[in-house]
Ligand binder design. Structure first.
Ligand code: SF4
Ligand code: SF4
Length: 119
């Protein structure tokens, strides 16, 4: 990624007080070319719908998640830079949350959102 793109990525990053949570680094991250991601620059797979997504380990964690956090933070994909578990949680109805909880990754993400929202 160029220096210019790095600066743009930094500007577009959501400010979320993650405090080392990393729950959303255990969920699917699609690479969005229309938002500037270049799939060839990442270790990725093509999912069942033909879309590129970051490769994940058997435990569900992103291959770029290290012991100290994201190892590619300065060039993390668009979805990583923009994701805010609080808005993800708040925009869903109760019914949608219940449906989303069928995926275990969402339980951790919702728990993080509730912690940050003080619920
Ligand atoms: S789930 Fe929320 S608090 Fe946890 S890493 Fe993701 S955005 Fe940060
Ligand atoms: S690229 Fe970094 S921020 Fe994005 S899911 Fe992987 S470890 Fe998390």
């Amino acid at each position: 990624m160029s220096e210019c793109n790095d600066r743009r990525a930094e500007r577009n990053r959501r400010v979320v007080p993650c405090n080392g949570c990393r729950a959303c680094c255990h969920d699917a991250v699609w690479l969005l070319e229309r938002w500037g991601d270049v799939p060839a620059e990442y270790d990725h797979v093509i999912d069942g719908w033909g879309a590129p997504a970051l490769r994940r380990r058997e435990d569900g964690s992103c291959v770029y998640l290290g012991s100290g956090g994201c190892t590619i933070w300065s060039r993390a994909p668009f979805l990583c830079r923009r994701f805010d578990c609080r808005s993800f949680y708040l925009r869903l109805t109760q019914e949608q949350r219940e449906a989303a909880l069928r995926r275990s990754a969402n339980a951790e993400i919702f728990a993080a959102a509730r912690r940050l929202l003080g619920e």
